[in-house]
Ligand binder design. Structure first.
Ligand code: F3S
Length: 389
């Protein structure tokens, strides 16, 4: 199964860190009956926030860095636990910030780009159809597979890092065309207009899909922003790494005897209502997955017309924030009581230690995780609802 070079990595001829990484990939390949390893063009590593990996994670990463681990393909990071420039202003506890910087430092020593975003595809990292990658963030995995047609399994943090170091991944699952088939068709019988509509749809279908890859019929149009929230929400409630949308996504492979279900306006309303405590949020968080420049523009436009009645964040990649600065959107948002937050998000920052109990969101993924991971009560809805309650 292994080439000469791969065998050398496994035998430790290329250093201890590479050997350790190859052992992870070899074990994974064995478990999933991969016949070979395949080269990847990029890796995306999760497990970046101190909140999610803790001290054991720091120890693991620092050990790898000490063993001189270096990535061999372009590799970038998922969101960290804080905005690196604004953490003090945002009340992130200093003990947390210190640990967070240790993590970023360890990744940096390995040669990993400090992109700190779950939407690398919005800052120019867009693998092409058929390209093999090893990405870990579940929402990015869903987007890369479904919207871009790239090929990745849903990697864990350690396996994505191992692939980044060795430049390969075991060939199984979604790397094989034969696996990329749906046996669950969802006939959409209602109009989906907003991000919250797609988030609520994803939340509901993720819980039904389980191990199946949903194939949607009846969605007439969908923007990339809507598709990213749909995929993220299904990945959160159902670990869905791939979906198809008829006439929109680059692939459409459905078995003949696929199970068919319907999703109508009543189900959409039920899903939205179920996620919403109906409370007035103390903080509204936008950008799960991280916001595009267009989403930031839309928020700026909305809050110019009417000032929100609560604090709000727009979470995004640092690179996107820099563009928003240039266009003046950041200033508009700040003048309306908001903040464009980079490097982190509402879920992986220590929100529960920053003085918030009730958080608003229009994302099905954030609505799923905010109660458990951040001890928040959730106000769910469209922006012109939750920003003005
Ligand atoms: Fe991204 Fe955080 Fe949501 S990592 S997908 S914004 S939970």
């Amino acid at each position: 199964m292994l080439t000469n070079n791969e065998q050398k990595m496994l035998d430790g001829e290329m250093g201890e860190a590479t050997q350790q990484s190859m052992e992870i990939l070899f074990a994974l390949g064995k478990i999933y009956n991969a016949k070979k390893m395949i080269p990847i063009t990029s890796a995306q590593v999760s497990g970046v926030s101190y909140k999610t990996i803790g001290d054991a994670g720091i120890e693991y990463l620092e050990d790898l860095a000490t063993k001189k681990a270096k990535v061999t393909v372009p590799t970038f990071l998922n969101p960290a636990g804080m905005d690196i420039e604004q953490w003090k202003k945002m009340n992130v506890p200093a003990d947390f910030a210190k640990k967070q910087m240790q993590i970023l430092d360890a990744y940096s020593k390995m040669g990993i780009m400090q992109s700190c975003t779950c939407t690398p595809y919005l800052i120019g990292i867009r693998p092409k159809k058929g390209e093999h990658i090893a990405w870990a963030e579940s929402s990015a995995v869903a987007f890369a597979n479904s919207v871009l047609g790239a090929r990745t399994n849903r990697e864990g943090g350690p396996s994505a890092l191992a692939s980044a170091i060795c430049g390969i991944t075991p060939c199984y699952g979604l790397h094989e065309d034969s696996s990329r088939v749906s046996s669950l068709v969802i006939n959409i019988k209602c109009e989906l207009k907003t991000i919250a509509d797609f988030g609520a749809l994803g939340y509901a279908i993720g819980t039904i899909a389980k191990n199946k890859y949903p194939a949607f019929k009846g969605i007439k149009t969908a923007t990339e922003e809507q598709l990213k929230v749909l995929g993220a929400s299904m990945a959160a409630t159902g670990s869905v790494p791939l979906f198809f949308v008829e006439n929109i996504t680059p692939e459409w492979n459905v078995v003949e005897d696929a199970e068919e279900i319907q999703f109508d306006a009543t189900e959409l309303k039920t899903s939205k209502t179920k996620l919403d405590t109906k409370e007035k949020p103390q903080l509204v968080t936008i950008g799960c997955p991280h916001a595009s420049l267009e989403e930031i523009r839309q928020v700026a436009e909305l809050v110019t017309k009417k000032k929100p009645t609560c604090e709000f964040w727009v979470c995004t990649a640092r690179k996107t924030k820099q563009e928003a600065d240039k266009f003046g959107y950041t200033k508009i948002i700040e003048n309306a009581g908001g903040n464009v937050v980079a490097d982190t998000c509402m879920v992986v920052c220590p929100l529960e230690r920053m003085g918030y109990d009730i958080t608003g969101t229009n994302s099905g993924k954030a609505a799923k995780y905010l109660p458990d991971l951040c001890k928040q009560r959730v106000a769910f809805g469209d922006l012109n609802d939750i920003l003005y309650r």
